[in-house]
Design a protein around this ligand. Structure first.
Ligand SMILES: Cc1cc2nc3c(=O)[nH]c(=O)nc-3n(C[C@H](O)[C@H](O)[C@H](O)COP(=O)(O)O)c2cc1C
Length: 177
């Protein structure tokens, strides 16, 4: 298994999108390793060594989370702060992520039109995830893009199913690389 999906959703039992994505990914254990940060670390004490070993064991890494205030839930940021250490992720001898593929999967409450120059938000999702892209570059990994779902509040079951299949295809393409 060479794809690791790291999920950061603070309340996945009440989730529609991230739960559906997680369950679809988990159906085929040969496809990915699914790793959920909030259930793993309910008190926020991340096991850094364990997380680094998990990353080392996989070639492709996907960070999956709902968009919160145009950013990520806090444990996602804390994970980067604590797991991407100097001497492991960067700095001398810090090459653990070099050449790995890193992508994102993000659910978004508002409609797609809001995330345009003319829309309410005035920034695209690709612009809003620029800190993640810059982080990927900093650790010499390849940024492979973001799978998105807009209108999370009003999505119909069939639209969610279609989007989930697109997500699975995105992951399957990685496994052939
Ligand atoms: C604290 C919080 C902040 C949010 N901020 C945003 C936001 O900035 N933009 C947006 O479009 N949706 C925002 N939302 C909506 C979530 O993105 C949406 O509920 C989530 O993607 C749905 O996924 P789920 O069904 O897996 O929970 C926010 C929701 C919460 C709870």
């Amino acid at each position: 298994m060479s794809t690791l999906v790291i999920i950061a959703h603070p309340d996945i039992s009440n989730s529609t999108v991230n739960k559906k994505w997680r369950d679809a990914l988990s159906e085929d254990e040969s496809l990915v390793t699914v790793h959920e940060l909030y259930p793993e670390y309910p008190h926020g004490k991340i096991d850094i060594e364990k997380e680094q070993k998990l990353i080392e064991a996989h070639e492709h890494i996907i960070f999956q989370y709902p968009l919160y205030w145009y950013s990520s839930p806090p444990l996602m940021k804390q994970y980067l702060d604590e797991v991407f250490t100097r001497g492991w992720a960067y700095g001398s001898n810090g090459h653990a992520l070099q050449g790995k593929n890193i992508g994102l999967a993000i659910s978004i409450g508002s409609v797609a039109e809001a995330y345009t120059q003319e829309g309410n938000v005035k920034f695209t999702i690709d612009e809003l995830v620029s800190p993640m892209i810059a982080t990927t570059r900093f650790v010499s990994a390849n940024y492979i893009g973001v799978h998105k779902l807009y209108s999370a509040f009003t999505i119909t079951p069939s639209q969610l199913e279609e989007n989930t299949q697109d997500y699975l295809n995105f992951i399957k393409t990685l496994n052939t690389k």
